[in-house]
Write a protein that binds this ligand. Sequence first.
Ligand SMILES: [Fe+2]
Ligand SMILES: [Fe+2]
Length: 199
Amino acid sequence: MLQATEEEAKQRFGTTQPLFNYRWEHVTAVVTLALKLAELTGADAEVVEAAAWLHDIRKEAGAKHPQEGAKVAHEILPTTDFPQEKIGHVARAIRSHQGLWRRKPLQDLESQVLWDADKLAKIGLTSLFHFMPLMLMKGNARTTEEFIANARSNNKWLPKTVASMHTAPAQKAAKKRLKQFNKLLNRLEAELNGADLSV
Ligand SMILES: [Fe+2]
Ligand SMILES: [Fe+2]
């Protein structure tokens, strides 16, 4: 997976050793959150961990990366000691992780856990600290004000993501994370324009 993130960085930034390897940071955060959610919900930890590691392995395939990632799971996992009967579950979870919000909830617990963990990593302070260096490297935010404006534009979809969470612990954490996200941006803006001086 690390190699896949380095190849993605090479495509995006022309180097396998970017200042900040966003994809690696994202995937490792998703693995940690997915395992914690598995513990809290009773989801199969082996399925969830394998799915979390592999979910973005074909990110360069764009909108098709969940389907392509599921194919990779079918190629890689049979060559390991991973329980063979669980490979289909891993592939299903990877295939289902698409989209920043959902109209219909996913049905199986492991897919729900991967979806929730992936989206939790895009909400809250994690998203601010992951997206800031990424935006700087992509040239999408050259000033702090631009960074705040770009981060705020995420507000259009973040509430829908929060409302799409499946598992109870993720629902609770997502609401808190969105609150913290807005609070931090507001606080930063108040410091920059001096609004905090008159409070
Ligand atoms: Fe993805
Ligand atoms: Fe992801």
